[in-house]
Design a protein around this ligand. Structure first.
Ligand code: S3P
Length: 445
């Protein structure tokens, strides 16, 4: 399917941002480890998070989930020690977080598990998680030299992990932490760049013996001593800053816009998008800072203003990794040359986001060039209406929609349904903010 869009009138109004995807996954997964019952409010009922829920059911974990009130979930678990062996392949769909975190969980179980996913997920690197789990003593097998899904994992008798991560990835870090809970001694994990720390925050709140030592450059060392009993924990999931990012950019670049975003998670390991837009001259203010689910949360107000170019590299990249496609749209409108570097990880996301972002910008008439680890954008010229391919990538589809809001003519986003992966109500929220319904159409193929 595709969607036709016209350049927007100002975006105005308030949005309650949907629940954080990363935290929603972890709220299910971590609570499943502990025997008992936990209530999750503010859950993100997106396709990715529902995949995690379905996979955990295969181990005997129960969920009260009513699609009529999908933001509340009750987890009822027998606890990890009473899990039953899955009698089916665990289908992670499009979700890298499901596959990599479940790989870490499966490594700590003496229950053979097979994890699989869609075509995109089957092409994404899994050796980054299989290798450390194998080093801890898990039996792992994947396709193409243990690089790709489907993955076959069994374990249960693990040795500790001690060392540095090979990639700046919260998914890999979290997989090792989950496995470390089942190891026969204390583990120590050193980050090579700061990555989201939601797993650490949640497991500590559940009673895990997990210490964090700050290192240089915002990195941490995480030490985990297994054996402490985990207890389930009720929590409210903060709003997803990765979803808010689309409105932060749209509100900045569509003239006369003013958008209030309510309940946005502003954990510093995730808030790079605010820092980057602020460095570009954006008018973003925050208030009502509070703690929700152990995480910092604020309301944000964004008002349109002129942006200028910036450089995005180093830890800004890991702190805004999922926001780079929509930040590229901001850079296309900003005056001057924006450089994104140190972002080779973009090449192994739901699409190759270096290639797909540059293709989107070029369709809009923007001068953009790819390099191995990022892209260069010469911004400031008017954008032309374009037919933009999401390549099945949810964040590309939404970034393209934001670009369409400022393009000089009608645009079309092909593959608009992919938003269901992380932001099922994206199109509705766009309609609310622009007060103009968008039109779906069959893809022109
Ligand atoms: C995520 C971590 C990031 C991010 C992904 C969600 C998580 O991936 O891109 O959308 O929930 O841990 P990496 O860990 O591969 O960087």
């Amino acid at each position: 399917m595709s969607r036709r869009l016209h350049s927007a009138s100002p975006l105005r109004g308030s949005i309650v941002v949907p629940g954080d995807k990363s935290i929603s996954h972890r709220a299910l997964l971590c609570n499943a480890l502990a025997p008992g019952q936990a209530r999750i409010d503010g859950f993100l009922p997106s396709e990715d998070c529902l995949r995690t829920m379905d996979c955990l059911r295969a181990y005997g974990v129960g969920f009260d989930y009513d699609p009529a009130s999908p933001t509340t979930v009750v987890v009822r678990s027998p606890g990890r020690d009473a899990f039953t062996a899955p009698d089916r392949v665990l289908d992670c769909g499009n979700s890298g977080t499901s596959m990599r975190l479940l790989a870490g969980l499966a490594a700590g179980l003496d229950l053979p598990t097979t994890l699989d996913g869609d075509e995109s997920l089957r092409s994404r690197p899994m050796d980054r998680v299989l290798q450390p789990l194998a080093a801890m003593g898990a039996t792992v097998k994947g396709r193409d030299g243990d690089r790709l899904a489907p993955l076959h994992i069994s374990g249960g008798r693990l040795t500790p992990f001690r060392g540095a991560l090979q990639v700046a990835s919260a998914q890999v870090k979290s997989a090792i932490i989950l496995a470390a809970l089942a190891a026969d001694g204390p583990s120590s994990i050193e980050e090579i760049a700061p990555t989201r720390d939601h797993t650490e925050i949640l497991l500590r709140a559940m009673g895990a013996r997990l210490q964090r030592t700050p290192l240089d450059g915002g990195r941490s060392r995480i030490e985990i001593e297994p054996g402490a009993p985990l207890h389930p924990i009720d929590l409210t999931v903060p709003g997803d800053i990765s979803a808010a990012a689309f409105w932060l950019v749209a509100g900045s670049i569509v003239p006369d816009s003013e958008i209030r975003l309510l309940g946005v998670g502003v954990n510093p390991t995730r808030a790079g998008v605010i820092d980057i837009l602020t460095a570009m001259g954006a008018d973003i203010t925050s208030d009502h800072l509070r703690t929700v689910g152990g995480e910092p949360v604020a309301d944000l107000l964004v008002r349109a203003t002129d942006l200028h170019a910036t450089t995005i590299d180093g830890d800004l990249v890991t702190r805004a990794i999922d926001e780079l496609p929509v930040l590229a749209v901001a850079a296309a409108v900003a005056q001057g040359r924006t450089e994104v570097r140190d972002a080779a990880e973009l090449r192994v996301k739901e699409s190759d986001r270096v290639a797909s972002t540059v293709a989107m910008l070029r369709a809009l008439g923007v001068a953009a060039d790819a390099c191995d680890d990022g892209f260069t954008i010469d911004g400031g010229a008017p954008l032309q209406g374009a037919r933009m391919e999401s390549r099945g990538d949810h964040r590309l589809a939404m970034a393209a929609a934001v670009a369409a809001c400022v393009a000089g003519g009608p645009s079309e986003v092909v593959g608009d349904e992919s938003v269901i992966v992380s932001y099922p109500h994206f199109w509705r929220d766009l309609d609310v903010l622009t007060q103009a319904p968008t039109q779906t159409a069959q893809a022109l193929a």
